[in-house]
Design a protein around this ligand. Structure first.
Ligand SMILES: Nc1ncnc2c1ncn2[C@@H]1O[C@H](COP(=O)(O)OP(=O)(O)OP(=O)(O)O)[C@@H](O)[C@H]1O
Length: 412
């Protein structure tokens, strides 16, 4: 039987079935199409300014490694004129981040980019190993996510850089859309679909150039480009709800490959219907997919079923560690009744500064300092009342507090 020819060039042998649309492509065409699509995302959203300094949030994983590689390629090919730097956050997780940082150090040499490493220990006086030793695994992702978002801002500020890019991909965005849909959280759904979010703390812009790239294609790209990346998952691991949304999306993708992009597009369309007063569009915002941990994501490039099974098992395990979060007043129905009660939309909050660390926050004490308070007081059980949009301003819902209960923290 003659070999199947590439759908694109009709000359070379097809070796890849594109996860996005099942088209059969040769390696060269796949790599070029993948890069071209990222270029189109960048140009159609006017993501970068010529001469801009960009910090690439580099974890050593497949997404940020592919992001660094593609940005370098496109910067040279299309003469974007960008000054690219790798920025890594060392959460202090022995046997995980120390190994992945070795990968980033190699990447810095391979891509000829400067590398800045910022540690939780120097910023907060705690490593994640110490946090977990104190609070247990349950809820540890909350600490890590809050700390990482600030750390990326602080790292960028240290470098004098005002734009951080992260490797969040279409699967991550689809998961965020799905999670917020299931929670009935329109403001977050809206923000999670934006390609650019202004970071609350330091007026650092944050963006996701891989927003429309499928995770599977990122793995294929890394594989065929022979990129050097780290593929072990975080030892403190996953957030069960995101894992469940992920499994749901992966199941849908099997039946309908376009599902991931369809969910992203639907999220964007729904976001367009959310009034700015509620979505906080264009204002400082922290969303779950802009610096939080997604290391629950499968990182293996082979044996999808095996990876899926592993994920399912991990999700099950994660149920026991899931943090209890109550969102009493964030459903669209409460948005309406809240507004009706007031008779008009409530003006947004004014972002002030955290009294402790100076990070911009709508509360007196920012989320990271609140968490640190609990840690430093060595409380075995902590109930923290934080505004869910604490570091975000101008949202009707921001005035409504959510109760985040970090219960049984000492139980692991
Ligand atoms: N320790 C870190 N240092 C710098 N950037 C990070 C770090 N952890 C995460 N990021 C950024 O946030 C993005 C999403 O991280 P996440 O934890 O969800 O991992 P991921 O989806 O597996 O990505 P990756 O494959 O790049 O690790 C990463 O692609 C990276 O840009």
């Amino acid at each position: 039987m003659p070999p199947t020819l590439c759908f694109n060039c009709q000359a070379a042998r097809a070796v890849i079935i594109r996860p996005k649309n099942r088209r059969k492509l040769c390696k060269t065409c796949f790599l070029e199409i993948f890069e071209t699509e990222i270029h189109q995302t960048i140009t159609s959203t006017s993501l970068f300014q010529r001469g801009e300094r960009i910090a690439i949030g580099a974890s050593g994983g497949k997404d940020s490694t592919v992001l660094a590689s593609v940005l370098k390629t496109l910067n040279e090919r299309h003469d974007y004129g960008l000054d690219l730097t790798l920025l890594s956050i060392d959460e202090g997780i022995r046997g995980y981040r120390d190994d992945s940082l070795e990968t980033v150090k190699r990447n810095a040499e391979q891509y000829n980019m400067p590398l800045e490493i910022v540690g939780y220990d120097e910023l907060y006086g705690w490593t994640m190993d110490q946090v977990v030793a104190q609070v247990g695994k349950k809820g540890n992702c909350t600490y890590c996510g809050v700390f990482r978002r600030q750390a990326l801002d602080r790292g960028a500020a240290r470098l004098g850089i005002k734009h951080v890019v992260t490797g969040h991909n279409a699967d991550d965005v689809a998961e965020t859309v799905m999670m917020n849909l299931l929670r009935g959280d329109l403001p977050r759904l809206s923000r999670g679909t934006n390609i650019v979010t202004e970071s609350a703390g330091m007026q650092v812009k944050r963006s996701k150039p891989l927003k429309y790239a499928y995770e599977k294609e990122i793995v294929l790209y890394a594989h065929h480009k022979k990129l050097d990346y780290f593929s072990t998952e975080c030892i403190y691991s996953p957030e069960a709800f995101r894992g469940s949304a992920r499994t749901l999306i992966k199941d849908l993708e099997k039946i309908r490959p376009s599902s991931i992009l369809d969910i992203v597009k639907s999220g964007e369309d729904m976001a367009a219907l959310v009034p700015p007063e509620i979505s906080n569009n264009g204002k400082p915002a922290e969303d779950e997919a802009s610096g939080g941990c997604g290391s629950q994501n499968g990182r293996s490039s082979g044996g999808e079923m095996a990876a899926m099974e592993k994920r399912l098992a991990a999700n099950e395990e994660a149920q026991a560690r899931e943090i209890e979060i109550t969102l009493p007043s964030r459903r669209p129905s409460s948005v309406v009744s809240f507004q009706q009660k007031k008779g008009k939309l409530v003006k947004g909050q004014t972002a002030g500064k955290c009294e402790r660390c100076g990070y911009i926050s709508s509360q007196k004490i920012c989320k990271a300092c609140t968490l640190l308070d609990g840690l430093n007081k060595s409380r075995p059980k902590t109930t923290i009342e934080v505004g869910i949009e604490e570091e975000e301003s101008s949202s009707t819902l921001m005035r409504q507090m959510e109760s985040v209960q970090l219960s049984s923290m000492s139980s692991g």
